[in-house]
Design a protein around this ligand. Structure first.
Ligand code: NAD
Length: 351
């Protein structure tokens, strides 16, 4: 088992004396998971703890259940169990479970202990780290949320063996983002170990997740509430959020949209002479290897709609156009752009 601050990474973690001791230090525990994960992985956790049925809350799986009603159902269960501020809530699941359980944990009695057990690759390298909690509201993604940091994060590599390929590759897009945005040698390592990553080889996964967590953790530590330096983690995300919104969150998984977003941002950086075309080619090759989308193609949206969406969204938020663009392999920078007039023309070349 590897430990990075309060993050534990390894296989078969839940029978370890460390885990049982930490969890049982609180007598009032609630585990929250979803119906898919409950069928696959809940027993490995409950076997280690002696819980009543009321101490397990099984939600419906899926982004459509990332609602305030779901958060309320968690709060209600905590109240029904008569839990006070000494209680511990455990989130066992992907990013959706991480986000809604974290929000409930931050709200109940102004905050209770929260243990994260992320089960998707995307949650293990991203959603579980950094203290952002959320639910969707009034049709707007992540409109309600808090910054609230889990006490511990337990990452068990065994969960990844049951993860569908598409979900696994979606998580890999965020891993590749860390290489592109923060660490050139990690990007090169990903290129060199791509076969082992594809095979989900355990020692390779262990290093890949460890390095991703280290990178995210160190960036978050410098700017926990996302005021400035944490923005490097948004590489590819301006385009990704626009693509997801325009396709009503139905066509792409988040990481798939991030893959396209990173390519569009890197293509733009090439056109601005900020970076060599070779970097764009290498990024494209790596994403392609993992079956991630690399072309906008023919869909219900196009580059024109994408540019309009970004232009309105950015204006609404800040009045000026700021983008995170790559300036070298493993480095990004915040670029202020006066006008988006020629963006459409530039991006059309990549579409
Ligand atoms: P998800 O939570 O919807 O999980 C994807 C699917 O995989 C679900 O059907 C789930 O039941 C299933 N699943 C989970 N673990 C499994 C396993 N081990 N084996 C088999 N199936 C499993 O999706 P996600 O990609 O993990 O997370 C996406 C969410 O995360 C979005 O809502 C996004 O907004 C959020 N997110 C949050 C942050 C943050 O910083 N808080 C960062 C990135 C993404």
């Amino acid at each position: 088992m590897i430990k990075i601050d309060n993050i534990y990474i390894g296989s078969d973690l839940f029978t370890s004396a460390d885990f049982v001791k930490i969890v049982l230090s609180s007598k009032d525990i609630l585990i929250v998971t979803d119906n898919i994960i409950a069928g696959l992985h809940l027993s490995c956790l409950t076997a280690a703890l002696n819980l009543t049925p009321a101490q397990i809350l099984i939600l419906q799986s899926g982004e459509e259940f990332k609602t305030f009603a779901t958060v309320e159902s968690i709060l209600q269960r905590l109240y029904t169990l008569c839990y006070d501020r000494s209680a511990t809530i455990i989130s066992l699941g992907g990013g959706v479970i991480c986000d809604v359980v974290g929000l409930a944990a931050s709200l109940y009695m102004r905050g209770i202990n929260w243990l994260q057990i992320p089960t998707t690759l995307l949650a293990q390298v991203d959603a579980a780290i950094g203290g952002k909690t959320a639910c969707n509201y009034l049709g707007i993604k992540n409109l309600i949320g808090t910054f609230y940091f889990p006490k511990q994060i337990w990452i068990d590599l065994r969960f990844l063996s049951t993860l569908p390929s598409r979900e696994y590759f979606s998580g890999l897009a965020e891993v590749i983002k860390y290489g592109m945005a923060c660490d050139a040698s990690f990007f090169i390592w990903l290129e060199n170990y791509k076969e082992q990553i594809l095979q989900r080889e355990v020692t390779t996964l262990q290093y890949m997740i460890q390095r991703s967590c280290e990178l995210k953790q160190s960036i978050v530590a410098k700017d926990p509430h996302d005021f400035d330096t944490r923005m490097v983690l948004n590489f590819g995300h301006t385009f990704a959020h626009a693509i997801e919104a325009l396709t009503e969150y139905k066509l792409y998984l988040h990481g798939e949209a991030v893959a396209l977003g990173m390519l569009l941002a890197t293509h733009w950086a090439v056109k601005l002479s900020m970076i060599d075309k070779e970097v764009l080619d290498r990024l494209e090759q790596l994403l392609l290897f993992f079956g991630l989308p690399t072309q906008i193609g023919r869909h219900s949206y196009n580059i024109n709609m994408l540019c309009n969406y970004i232009s309105h969204d950015k204006k609404k938020r800040a009045g000026i156009f700021r983008f995170i663009l790559p300036c070298a392999l493993g480095a990004v920078t915040n670029v202020e752009i006066a006008t988006l007039d020629n963006l459409e023309e530039i991006l059309q070349e990549y579409a």
